[in-house]
Design a protein around this ligand. Structure first.
Ligand code: SAM
Length: 244
């Protein structure tokens, strides 16, 4: 299946997008920022020709440390904080929109100008439906999904990053003891994700309906941009950890 920005153009999608904008979500991706493509193309933090890197990601980092990825990383705040806290882990952020990825690249440039270069963090601009073209079997040790798009229409369920179709992809690239960690404030999406974990034949290793008030699951929690925003509005944060 192929889809692109023009998929957003159905009437129902436009209505949903406007609703999300009113709620303060998703505005970042709708902006077409001039020069974004070029800035990304030229950034040392963005890996290009990614299909050629399949099976060779450890070489990109120059070490054999575990690789953790965030699918749909947005502006990358979560990964930048994780990379600074855990230099023994290599992180890769995946984002499909230039305008959003540009923000992450700019933040990395700002950090570098201040003398902080996160050697253990790289970005890829791609649609996560192509994960299998980019990562080899067992190449990834952990997958983070944070505040993934809900795709509320039933016929778009396959696009949700916690659908069984995505779990099949994760199964192909994730090391045997690897896990998927998913956070959201969207209750229907969380319920769907719990069901899909089971449908996909994965094990639900832990879950909570109120992460910030769950001392054991919240220990060491690094907040994402969306998490900060929606928890400050009083929304509870849901989290699940799934493995096989
Ligand atoms: C709602 S934002 C959340 C951003 C960030 N993870 C956070 O928690 O602050 C979801 C992001 O996932 C990206 N995204 C959605 N589907 C994707 C896909 N199939 N491949 C890559 N990125 C995707 C969107 O472009 C968007 O930037």
């Amino acid at each position: 299946m192929n889809y692109n920005d023009s998929d957003l153009k159905s009437r129902q999608d436009i209505r949903y997008t406007l609703m999300e904008i009113r709620k303060g979500r998703n505005t970042m991706r709708l902006r077409n920022i001039p020069g974004a493509k070029e800035a990304i193309e030229n950034s040392r933090f963005v890996v290009r020709q990614v299909q050629e890197k399949k099976g060779a990601w450890h070489r990109i980092f120059g070490n054999e440390r575990p690789i953790h990825i965030e699918v749909g990383m947005g502006k990358g705040r979560f990964l930048m904080e994780m990379a600074a806290l855990n230099p023994e882990i290599n992180y890769i952020g995946i984002e499909m929109y230039d305008s959003v990825l540009l923000r992450a690249v700019q933040k990395m440039e700002e950090k570098a100008a201040e003398g902080e270069v996160l050697e253990n963090l790289r970005f890829i601009r791609m649609d996560a439906r192509e994960l299998l073209l980019v990562f080899d079997k067992n190449e990834v040790d952990r997958i983070y999904l944070n505040f993934s798009d809900p795709w509320p229409k039933e016929r778009h369920a396959k696009r949700r990053l916690t659908s069984r179709q995505f779990f099949e992809r994760y199964d192909q690239i994730l090391a045997p003891r690897g896990v998927v960690e998913f956070k959201t404030d969207n209750k229907p999406l969380f319920k769907f994700s719990l069901e899909e974990t089971e449908e996909a034949g994965w094990k639900l290793m832990a879950h909570t309906f109120d992460l910030h008030h769950d001392p054991s699951m919240n220990e060491g929690n690094v907040m994402t941009e969306y998490e900060e925003k929606f928890s400050s509005m009083g929304n509870p944060i849901y989290k699940l950890i799934a493995g096989r």
